[in-house]
Structures are given as C-alpha cells and as structure tokens.
Design a protein around this ligand. Sequence first.
Ligand code: NCD
Length: 309
Amino acid sequence: MLINRHLIDPMDFKVEELDEIFSLAEKIIKNPKKYSKICDGKILATLFYEPSTRTRFSFESAMMRLGGNVLGFSEPNSSSASKGETLADTIKMVSIYSDVIAMRHPKEGAARVASLYSKVPVINAGDGGHQHPTQTLTDLLTIKNLKGNLKNKTIGLCGDLKFGRTVHSLIKAMSRYEGNEFILISPKELKVPDYIKEQVLEKNNIKFREVEALEDVIEELDILYMTRIQKERFFNEEEYLRLKDSYILNMEKMDKAKNDMIVMHPLPRVNEIDMEVDNDSRASYFKQAEFGMYVRMALICKLLGVEEC
Ligand code: NCD
C-alpha cells in the first residue's frame, strides 16, 4: 500500500510498488478523462526552495488534471523562510493546509527532514546534488514504454555524474532490474560519487565502467542519458567554465549509435545536445517530460489513496 507514504529516495518503494504506479500511469495515459475529477477537494503544496520549471509545473499540472488544487511557492524569498522560519515549522504549517507536499531544496537530506515533521506525504522533488526520485519514476516509465522493459540494458550516463541527482537516483533504481549495465561517461572531475559505486554498483555486482569519451562507447548503448553540467553546485566558476562544454551530442556522434538507442535527458538542456538531434526519432527527451506528468498523476493518486474508478 502506498497510501500516506513519503517518497524521499528511489529505493523507498519496492519494485512491485513501482509497477503499481506505472500501471496506473498507463491507464491514465489511455483514458485521462476518467481520472479528471479523482482528486476533487484535495490540495497539493509545491514548496520550491530552488529554481525549477519542469518539475514544479509537471506536479502542478498533474494535480490540476486530476481535478485537485495547488498552492505553494517557487521562490523561497516570497515565503516565511526569508523571515527565518525553520523548515520544520514551515512543514508543520503546510501539512495543515494541504494533503500532499512536493518539495525541492538545495540541501541534501532536506526532504527527509521535512518528512519527519509532516502529517501528509512528502515527495522529494530534488534535494541538492543527492536524489530526485520522481525524475526516476519518469525515466523508468519512459524506458519501459520505449524499450519494452527495464532489464538487460546497457545504459550510458553522460555529463555531470558527480552533482547530477537524476543520475544518482537512476543508477540506484535501474540496479534493481536484472542484466543492466552502466557506462559512466564523464570528465574525471565529475565522476559518480564513490558511495554510489561502492554501495550500489559494487555491492550488487553490477557491471560498470568509467570512460571519458562518448564517441568511444556510443555504439554499445541501448540508452544514452545526457545531463547538464550542474553550474549551481560548483564551488568555483573557473572549473565550471573549463568543464561546461565537455560533451555535445550531435548527429555525427548519433550516426555511430544503434538505430534503436534512445536519447534521454531530464532537461533543462544547455548545450549538451545539439538542436539538430531533436529531429532524430531516437531523441526521447520531450516524450520523457510527458511521461513525467502522467507518472506524477499516478503517484499523487496512490499516495492520497484515491479510489480508481
Ligand atoms: C533536473 C534536476 O533538477 O535535477 N531537472 C529536472 O528535474 N527535470 C536536472 C537538471 O537540473 O539538470
């Protein structure tokens, strides 16, 4: 049962529970009208202490398409946080005003802390460079739909693997399905953190390797997951400027890839995927954003325990 649960880390839900969410998302995709009033009278609060367009709009649109209401802020300066209110107090208040909370915060672990003070489910919509479990739901539903299933895939993760929380969450999640292997493509300064390599990949004997050049491995991939260099998490501007153009996916590189490889990206993109790639049938990042809205609709229904009609 997912009712009243928090979603803070991608491992919080069992594989079977994720399947429940995906099958509801698929039902909603087939017949959205049937679900358009199911959250009537319910309120989603979106507390965004960090900039976002996609994730916040995706949550808000999801709730509105279920017939529910939304309140929140997208700018911490417009909330009482700017007066010095603690996160604990804000959450205690907001959990009186709402039925479910989606929260993004620059500090790792903030969503976990919030969940300790909340009377309603808390969804982590990104905590610093740590985790982003609803992007992972989005990514898994996309892979399942476009590649048929979540097993036996060679997944290339490319770009900022150090600060990219979507990457950390996706590695954790895909490690639970059999036969997946990872090729981690990044400059040496932006490698996947050791804790993920040790506690997720090595611990579970999952095949992975780390490389620097995308063109050397692109032909092996079933999925290429591109990411933005996370400018806001760098301590020093010079280092960002040096690394920002590390990878640019263009048609020349795409020509070497399999015909059925899919290109994913959590978005926003800066310059890491050339616009010319958008017209290639393998470019799946806009479709991915669409799956994100439907999977969030399904997640909200499950956490609120609203009946399927
Ligand atoms: C990602 C994030 O916020 O981590 N964006 C998103 O949620 N779609 C990726 C990013 O900002 O690069």
